[in-house]
Unconditional design. Structure first.
Length: 413
């Protein structure tokens, strides 16, 4: 981030280049990238720049490139720098929500007549955006089981510009093999886009496995405290728009197209939202480790419980994606789903927990429970994305695990 004031002689003498954080480990990157102490005051935490505009030193004389806060704001720059470092990408863009980020990516890549392959258990809001907002503008899609590379390859058309994947998926926690899908996308001159919300960069780095772009709802694990809605795009270095598309700037670069659309459409993260999200990101590593430990204990407990018919958790050896998850993730995450035999029983379990709070969303420090068929996935009832009525989804928080197990024991009794 640019210095905003004149340095003293002493400061100038001591000034050193900021380290190249991309050469450091994931926890160090999350804590330091974008958060270099403020050059003017030494503030260790980036300030919340609640300003819409910036004084120019003569017409066009911008300090640090800042002109108007839709185009750029220093707090948002801090978050975007940190997100790019976290995902080992070339650049990140922060938005007002995960869906705003998705909308910009899709509009940057697709034109009327283009086609997209999407998961048959995509996040409901993603499906709604593609099927109800973009379809009327001429964007076509095919929903397939993206855990199967053969199914994805069979769905690709000459007009396919992107393959969209969520791994682990929501709420069935399917695991899609990213390296294989990246090969299919490359052969098709299409982008591989990974919604990395469930794993987070602490557990999975899709851009290092061949993905071209990563999407986040930072509302979830990155924010991590259920107190802010936000989204992000992170791009792999040098990605070109597919199909020879020159993009709005004529450069053919995905980064240029996304930067243009972020500013042109304007659904940016506000400075306070960016600041909260950056604060969350700094503890992502320790939180994900504890989410994963607690979720593993919950999954093992549920697997041994007589009322539970089936537990879905990528860390369990009987999960069909376990081996792939073990190769592309450094932990199995905090989401656990279970089937309890009937919708009535599922609703009863959701009503009876006390530590697990009944609510939508996921990824916060507190444990949440929900009934996907009637809550998060109600909008996909009757479509290819419909989920079983006896399914219960848990977002396992970082409370004391004994309290979580006792709560589930009581609710299932
Ligand atoms: C929540 C979520 C989104 C949408 O993000 P918002 O911040 O709610 O707009 C997209 N993908 C996944 C996997 C999500 O869980």
């Amino acid at each position: 981030m640019a210095s905003l004031t004149t340095m003293t002689h002493h400061d100038a003498g001591d000034a050193t280049e900021a380290p190249d954080w991309s050469k450091h480990g994931p926890a160090t990157r999350a804590i330091h990238a974008g958060s270099e102490p403020d050059a003017a005051t030494g503030a260790v935490v980036p300030p919340v720049y609640l300003t819409s505009t910036y004084k120019q030193d003569g017409v066009g004389g911008l300090r640090g490139g800042y002109e108007y806060s839709r185009s750029a704001n220093p707090t948002r720059t801090a978050l975007e720098t940190a997100l790019a470092a976290a995902e080992l990408g070339e650049r990140a863009f922060a938005f007002a929500s995960g869906l705003a980020a998705e909308d910009v990516l899709l509009r940057s890549v697709l034109a009327p007549g283009d086609h997209l392959v999407i998961p048959d258990d995509a996040y409901g809001g993603t499906y709604r955006l593609i099927a109800r907002v973009l379809a009327p503008w001429g964007i076509e899609h095919t929903a397939v089981d993206t855990t199967s590379p053969a199914a994805v390859a069979a769905a690709v058309r000459p007009t396919t510009r992107a393959i969209w994947v969520e791994t682990p998926s929501n709420p069935l926690l399917g695991i899609s093999p990213l390296t294989l899908l990246a090969g299919i996308a490359r052969d098709a001159d299409a982008l591989l886009v990974v919604d990395n919300t469930f794993a987070s960069p602490a557990l999975q780095l899709p851009l290092t496995l061949g993905a071209d772009a990563v999407v986040h709802s930072t509302t979830k694990y990155i924010g991590g405290h259920s107190d802010v809605v936000g989204g992000a795009l992170v791009l792999r270095e040098g990605v070109r728009l597919p199909g020879g598309n020159p993009g709005p700037t004529g450069s053919g670069s995905l980064l240029d197209a996304v930067a243009f659309h972020q500013n042109a459409a304007g659904a940016v993260a506000g400075p306070f939202d960016a600041w909260l999200t950056l604060r969350g990101l700094k503890t992502l590593g320790v939180r994900m480790a504890q989410h994963s430990r607690n979720a593993a204990a919950v999954a093992e407990f549920l697997a041994a419980h007589p009322v539970v018919e089936h537990v879905i958790y990528p860390g369990l050896p009987d999960h069909p994606g376990h081996d792939v998850a073990a190769t592309q993730m450094s932990g199995f995450g905090g989401m656990v789903s279970m089937r309890v035999g009937s919708e009535a029983r599922a609703l009863e379990v959701c009503d009876r927990t006390r530590v697990f709070t009944l609510g939508e969303s996921l990824g916060g420090v507190e444990s949440l429970i929900e009934h996907p068929a009637r809550m998060t996935h109600a909008s996909v009832a009757g479509s290819a994305l419909e989920v079983p009525a006896d399914l219960v989804r848990l977002s396992v928080g970082i409370e004391d695990v004994a309290d979580l197990l006792a709560d589930l024991e009581r609710a299932l009794a």
